[in-house]
Design a protein around this ligand. Structure first.
Ligand code: 5GP
Length: 204
């Protein structure tokens, strides 16, 4: 079983802050797609740092993907599944998809572990976008996908992201970590205990 480490809200906030300038300078996203549930809080924090004076907030859309299933044996977070299940997806109507075409889309998740989830998200979003562009006769427009995660575990990955994405800085991790199990504050039942454990078992 991997070692457990604890991350606080404060640390998550600062990881988003530390990456925001880079994201603003290079990616300039028009839209975020948060992978739920772990991507929701980072996406929301990031949005505050990406806000430019006089411009509207960047919209956040949500998708739900589940890889680690609760098999009823307790500790559901430590039972890796092999298959990604969609629990929520984009509204694929032409009207909604039109909003995504030609944009810089930043996909946000909390952690890149085996990369299975991110591979699925990027592949399927790209596929749906291409289909929508074709349907709407807007094939000529370039839609760019980017990925942001708080933590990337330094380990062999099962999932693959497009080479172009990895080489061109379209993939950004705030922190690269060892192969540990990261406990996030939004999973905590007792946040004071969580913060105490974070002081005792920090992610270094
Ligand atoms: P992957 O598809 O990269 O193996 O895993 C992605 C998902 O698995 C994450 O979005 C997250 O929900 C879960 N996961 C993987 N590693 C961790 C971890 O260290 N801590 C927590 N809390 N969730 C994890």
């Amino acid at each position: 079983m991997p070692q457990k480490v604890y991350v606080t809200y404060n640390q998550v906030h600062k990881l988003c802050q530390a990456s925001a300038d880079k994201i603003l300078n290079t990616i300039q996203p028009n839209l975020m797609i948060a992978i739920g549930g772990g991507g929701y809080v980072p996406a929301r924090i990031l949005r505050s740092f990406l806000k430019r004076a006089g411009e509207p907030n960047i919209p956040i859309q949500a998708i739900g993907l589940s890889l680690y299933e609760d098999l009823g044996r307790g500790d559901p977070e430590e039972v890796p599944g092999t298959k990604v299940t969609r629990t929520q997806w984009l509204d694929l109507s032409a009207l909604e998809m039109a909003n995504l075409i030609g944009k810089n889309i930043l996909i946000v998740d909390e952690v890149d572990d085996t990369r299975t989830t991110l591979e699925y998200a990027v592949r399927e979003l790209q596929k749906d976008l291409e289909a929508a562009q074709k349907q709407l006769g807007r094939e000529g427009e370039t839609t760019n996908f980017f990925v942001f995660v708080l933590h990337n575990k330094n380990k062999p990955k099962k999932g693959l992201l497009p080479e172009k994405m990895m080489e061109s800085g379209h993939y950004l991790a705030a922190l690269t970590t060892d192969d540990v199990w990261i406990c996030y504050p939004w999973e905590a039942k007792d946040i004071d205990e969580h913060d105490k454990l974070a002081r005792e078992n920090p992610l270094v």
